[in-house]
Design a protein around this ligand. Structure first.
Ligand SMILES: *Cc1c(COP(=O)(O)O)cnc(C)c1O
Length: 380
C-alpha cells in the first residue's frame, strides 16, 4: 500500500545525518529540533500555534480536553472514519454522536449534523477523510449558529486546501477552532515512529493545550489542570524537518498517481473514482489542491467488492478496505438511539469501497498493472 523504503532512499543521507546529530546532542525530549519543527509547521500551515504531541489520537483527545468539554457533552462526528475519532470522545466520558456521510465525498454530511444537534451538543469533529477537505463553510456556519466548537481531524488531510464559497483558500487544519494531525509513518507527512500535533489560531487555547500535554503544568511542579504526557521526540522531529520541505512534492506525486488511476478507469460504469473539486475542465489534475489522496478510494458498484479484493491479493496487489464496519455498529460504540435508516450511506459504502496502493513512489508500470487487473476482473 505504501513504499516508505523507496521514499527514504531519496532522503537517506539527510535523514541519517540529522538523526545522528540528535543522538550526539543528547537533547531527546523537548529539544531544539522539536521547537524548530513546530515553527516550520506553523509557517507551512499558516496557523499561529502548533503543539507537537505523541500521536494523532492523543492530539484529538488533548484538543477536546483543551476546549474544556465535560462528561455528558455531545460531540458529533462521522460514522465512516478511523475509530480514533470516536474513541477519544468516549474515553473522555463525552457522548459520541455518529452521523452519516456524503456518498460522493465520503465526508460528514452537513444535513445529518443538523439533525443530530441537541442542546447538549458542544462540538463537531469533521474528518478530512482520505485527504479531501470536509464541507467547512457549512460546518463553520452551523457551528457559529449553535455556538459549537469545530475540531478538524486532519490526520489524512495535511497539506490540502479548502476553497470557500467566496473563493478564499485555506489549508485544512487552520479553519476550525482547533485541529489534530498524525505523523504515523504511512500518513502524508509521516515520521519513523509515532507522532502528532494540535493546531490552533487561538493563543489562549494554545496556552492551555501546552500545559495539558505536559502534565497540566504551566509553572514547574505546579499542576493546575489534569494533563497527560504526550510528546513528540527529537528524533521524530528532526526526520519531520527533513520531510516537511518535500510535503508539497509528495502530495503532488500522490495527485499525479491519482490522476493516472482515474484516467485508466474512464468509461468504467461499475468503478466510481474519487471526487475532487478542482476545475472540471482542468485536464491537468496535478494542479489540484483540494485533495491530498491519503487514500485513493474507489466505489465498486454492481460487482463483488470482496471477490475483487481476493483477486488483487492473489495477483500480489495490495489493497485495503477503509473502513469495513460502520462505527455505529462497532461493539464499543453501540447506542440504542441510533437508527439504521440514518446510516444508509455508511452502510452502503462499507460494502463498496476499496483503496488502491497510494504513495509517492508509484510508477506507470505499477499503475498500469493494477488498473488492468481491476478492469479485467470487473468486466470478466
Ligand atoms: C491515523 C488517524 C488518526 C490517529 O493517528 P495516530 O497517530 O495513529 O494515533 C486519527 N484520525 C484519523 C482520521 C486517522 O487517519
Amino acid at each position: 500500500m505504501v513504499d516508505l523504503k523507496g521514499q527514504y532512499e531519496n532522503i537517506k543521507e539527510k535523514v541519517n545525518q540529522s538523526v545522528i546529530d540528535v543522538i550526539e546532542s543528547a537533547a531527546f525530549i523537548n529539544g531544539p529540533e522539536v521547537h524548530q519543527f513546530q515553527k516550520e509547521l506553523e509557517e507551512y500551515l499558516d496557523v499561529k500555534n502548533v503543539i507537537p504531541c505523541a500521536n494523532g489520537t492523543d492530539a484529538l483527545q488533548i484538543a477536546m480536553m483543551g476546549l474544556g468539554l465535560k462528561p455528558g457533552d455531545e460531540v458529533i462526528t462521522a460514522d465512516f472514519t478511523f475509530a480514533a475519532t470516536v474513541e477519544v470522545i468516549a474515553l473522555l466520558g463525552l457522548t459520541p454522536v455518529l452521523v452519516d456521510v456524503d456518498p460522493v465525498t465520503f465526508n460528514i454530511d452537513v444535513d445529518a449534523i443538523k439533525n443530530a444537534i441537541t442542546p447538549k451538543t458542544k462540538a463537531i469533529v469533521p474528518v478530512h477523510l482520505f485527504g479531501l477537505a470536509a464541507n467547512m463553510d457549512e460546518i463553520m456556519e452551523l457551528a457559529n449558529q449553535h455556538d459549537l466548537y469545530v475540531i478538524e481531524d486532519n490526520a489524512q488531510g495535511i497539506g490540502g486546501y479548502y476553497t470557500s464559497k467566496d473563493g478564499s483558500k485555506k489549508k485544512t487544519g487552520g479553519i476550525g477552532h482547533v485541529a489534530s494531525t498524525s505523523f504515523f509513518p504511512s500518513k502524508n507527512l509521516g515520521c519513523y515512529g509515532d507522532g502528532g500535533a494540535i493546531f490552533t489560531n487561538d493563543d489562549e487555547l494554545a496556552h492551555i493545550i501546552r500545559g495539558i500535554v505536559n502534565h497540566g503544568m504551566y509553572e514547574r511542579y505546579h499542576h493546575d489542570v489534569v494533563g497527560v504526557n504526550s510528546r513528540l521526540d527529537s528524533i521524530q522531529a528532526t526526520i519531520l524537518r527533513v520531510k516537511l520541505p518535500n510535503l508539497d512534492l509528495y502530495n503532488n506525486a500522490r495527485r499525479t498517481a491519482a490522476a493516472k488511476y482515474t484516467k485508466a478507469f474512464e468509461g468504467e460504469v461499475n468503478i466510481i473514482t474519487p471526487t475532487c473539486f478542482c476545475d472540471e475542465n482542468d485536464s491537468n489534475k496535478e494542479n489540484c489542491d483540494c485533495h491530498v489522496y491519503h487514500q485513493y478510494t474507489l466505489k465498486i458498484v454492481n460487482s463483488d467488492r470482496d471477490a475483487l479484493v481476493a483477486h488483487l491479493n492473489e495477483n500480489g496487489i495490495p489493497c485495503g478496505v477503509y473502513y469495513p464496519i460502520p462505527l455505529h455498529l462497532q461493539k464499543a460504540y453501540l447506542d440504542e438511539r441510533y437508527k439504521e435508516e440514518n446510516f444508509k450511506v455508511t452502510n452502503q459504502l462499507v460494502k463498496e469501497v476499496i483503496s488502491l496502493p497510494m504513495h509517492t513512489e508509484l510508477d506507470d508500470e505499477q499503475i498500469e498493472f493494477i488498473t488492468t487487473t481491476i478492469k479485467n476482473f470487473i468486466n470478466k
